[in-house]
Ligand binder design. Structure first.
Ligand code: NAP
Ligand code: MG
Length: 489
């Protein structure tokens, strides 16, 4: 493929209209996971930088240029952001590929359009945040009572590294639509598209200080955001472990939080399914983005009579996916995001083997440079094995045969997680009846990972709290106020 020139964004935090270094002057190296090269340094923020950003965001939130902006004009800015992301799609996709390791082609085909769609969808919601008139009885006298939805204030958004620009868009767009101001902390592993996005939103006409990006480590910058009394809400996407700790910390300031957390999602393939489609579908459901997907279907349950056929199709697909540098147009499986993540995934594969699992394909790292791990399929795992129970966040699938629908629903639900599931069958009644019984925030039938801003997204059980996208996601950035006026006897 013709090599495009990488243009990195200004490697400084964006607070108000200023590009700033950390007050401490410290920096963090940002790595290309395909070869370990350091691409640039970004500021290592601290609580002092968060405090500064909160003051700037609060002033911007209160200023008439934002708080009195006509809702349709807010919508126009969101639409301009969508257009600017579209206009810069190739550059953003290339930054994402270098920063995260993912395929440039995939970033251009999926990540960037998903970010565009999210801004475009929420552009249309700004002037549709409606309240209601309350038909109160009270003491029988005359009142006019109404409830309206106000922006919640300054929002702290904390996002992970697997889909950096998509996650940032999912946080920023509904918060802007609601009229909030935002402090965004990208993962320190992948901060670059967030910094570019902060430039684009200013170009789109968003008032300075409404979107601020503070870079740095989660346990420092993220924690300071959660603890800060001037931040009115935390929107977090990341691991269940960190989500739980955020929920505990947020209790101190009684801060509302939305949590989009980890998963161990199941694929259920019934004997009447289209086996070819289900086989490739199940393979993509785990191996896309090298398995670093919150909704990755990492547990595969196949009806006994077709188990061998489906596994053959999954293994064939896994072995056909080209592994390589994200800039190579053929690459299907890029490196994992970091050396630490590679070690973690290889540790799980070792544990799987030690606990008696059998590797059908993969199981090893690939190459000496870059953080590659082969797509790996396990069979004969025990239900309590670590690799069956814990989120691996890498290209590792465990496959198990099932007898009947009761058997597979029990197995699918036997997890602390509940983010997503998929079902492959031609029997429409069974598909919907099974979907109703799965404990998951999203269920796909004969498909996987169809995520859209019009559809609410979030987790059951330890996979999360609250919903993003759709009107539910918008209302997560508002709080209601009831106003009741006495009109006379
Ligand atoms: P993570 O370690 O939980 O980190 C997520 C974000 O939180 C990062 O920006 C991180 O900063 C920050 N953070 C870490 N400790 C913090 C603290 N004490 N207070 C506040 N913020 C803190 O997760 P990750 O490894 O980046 O991402 C993988 C996880 O995200 C997986 O579990 C995956 O399932 C989940 N995920 C869920 C969804 C969903 O929608 N449900 C989507 C994508 C990913 P640092 O990077 O500096 O540590
Ligand atoms: Mg990186």
């Amino acid at each position: 493929m013709e090599q495009r020139a990488l243009e990195l964004p200004c490697p400084q935090m964006v607070i108000g209209g200023s590009r700033l270094d950390a007050q401490s002057g410290a920096t963090i190296g940002v790595e290309d996971p395909s070869n370990g090269t350091i691409l640039t340094q970004v500021p290592e923020g601290s609580a002092a930088d968060v405090d500064h950003a909160v003051k700037v965001a609060r002033a911007a939130f209160d200023s008439p240029s934002w708080s009195r902006m006509r809702p349709l004009d807010r919508g126009k800015i969101l639409e301009s952001i969508a257009r600017l992301i579209e206009a810069n799609a190739e550059q953003l996709a290339l930054i994402e590929s270098y920063d995260n390791g993912k395929s440039y082609t995939h970033a251009l085909a999926f990540d960037i359009p998903a970010a565009v769609d999210t801004f475009r969808y929420y552009a249309g919601t700004c002037a549709r945040i409606e309240g209601k008139v309350n038909p109160i009885s009270a003491d029988g006298r005359q009142y006019h009572s109404y409830t309206k939805h106000e922006p919640i204030g300054v929002v702290g958004s904390i996002v992970p590294w697997n889909f950096p620009i998509v996650m940032a868009a999912m946080k920023i767009a509904p918060a802007l639509a609601a009229g909030c101001a935002i402090i965004l902390k990208p993962s320190e592993v992948t901060p670059l598209t967030a910094l570019r996005l902060a430039e684009l939103v200013l170009e789109a006409g968003l008032p300075e200080g409404i979107l601020n990006v503070v870079t740095g480590y989660g346990h420092i910058v993220g924690q300071a955001m959660v603890d800060h009394p001037g931040i009115n809400k935390i929107a977090f996407t990341g691991s269940t472990r960190v989500g739980k700790s955020i929920l505990r910390s947020a209790a101190e300031t009684v801060k509302p939080v939305t949590l989009e957390l980890g998963g161990k999602s199941p694929s259920l393939i019934f004997a009447d399914a289209n086996i070819d489609a289900a086989g490739i579908g199940a393979a993509l459901a785990i191996f896309f983005n090298s398995g670093q997907v919150c909704v990755a279907a990492s547990r595969l349950y196949v009806e006994e009579s077709i188990f061998d056929d489906v596994l053959a199709a999954v293994v064939k697909a896994a072995e056909s996916f080209p592994i390589g540098d994200g800039r190579d147009a053929n690459t299907m499986i890029g490196p994992l995001v970091s050396h630490a993540q590679q070690e973690r995934v290889l540790g799980y594969i070792d544990a799987g083997v030690k606990e008696g699992g059998q590797v059908l394909t993969g199981g090893k790292k690939r190459g000496e440079t870059g953080y590659y791990v082969e797509p790996t399929v396990f069979i004969n795992t025990k239900p309590d094995a670590k690799i069956v129970r814990e989120e691996i966040f890498g290209p590792v699938l465990v496959a198990t045969p099932f007898k009947d629908v009761e058997d597979v629903i029990a197995e699918a639900n036997d997890t602390n997680y509940g983010l997503a599931a998929n079902i492959w069958t031609r029997d429409l009644s069974r598909a919907h009846l099974t979907a109703a019984r799965l404990q998951a925030g999203t269920v796909w039938i004969n498909s996987h990972a169809i995520i859209d801003p019009a559809a609410a997204f979030g987790g059951y059980k330890e996979s999360g709290l609250g919903r993003e996208m759709s009107d539910e996601g918008l209302h997560a950035y508002t709080q209601s106020k009831t106003v009741t006026a006495f009109l006379g006897d």
